[in-house]
Design a protein. Structure first.
Length: 166
């Protein structure tokens, strides 16, 4: 398998304004690098549906990354809009990924059921919304990252089927 490219987008008004340090984005980038991904882009953006959607679409449309992982903006706050921005620009939904993250996270906290995270595909790029806290990001990413490799191989054309020989 060739080295997969990944982008990390943090959705945070206070982080964008420089009023709060982004702790989750660096956790994601570090875990990706440890797993063999090339982190090609990392950015903090405000909680703005159009801005977030435009950036995800640009990365996918220009073929810059095979995987976009987002952090933040998946809760109940009036400004939380990452799932909507993701839905706006994806062509196909991948509901199993956020469902699996929520189910796994319920082992640690009942609040996992409050996550509105989404996942989808645009062109040949998979987009996955992760939670906003570094602890939850680490837990979710440790759980899903090993499974994403095969899906990304199929999406990018490096593998041709999902048949598994157990």
């Amino acid at each position: 398998m060739s080295r997969m490219r990944a982008a990390v987008i943090t959705s945070s008004d206070s982080g964008y304004a420089g009023e709060r340090e982004d702790l989750s984005g660096p956790v994601i980038a570090g875990m990706l690098a440890e797993s063999g991904y090339e982190v090609v882009h990392q950015i903090i953006l405000p909680d703005d549906r159009q801005i977030l959607g435009r950036e995800m679409a640009r990365i996918a449309d220009e073929g810059l990354a095979d995987l976009i992982l987002t952090t933040g903006g998946t809760g109940f706050s009036e400004r939380d809009c990452m799932p909507e921005a993701t839905a706006d620009i994806t062509e196909r939904q991948v509901p199993g990924i956020p469902e699996a993250m929520r189910a796994y996270s319920l082992r640690f906290t009942g609040r996992a059921m409050l996550s509105r995270a989404a996942a989808g595909i645009r062109r040949r790029t998979l987009i996955v919304n992760l939670p906003g806290s570094p602890k939850a990001v680490r837990e979710c990413l440790e759980y899903i990252l090993p499974q994403l490799e095969h899906g990304l191989q199929i999406l990018t054309g490096e593998a041709s089927n999902c048949a598994r020989r157990d």
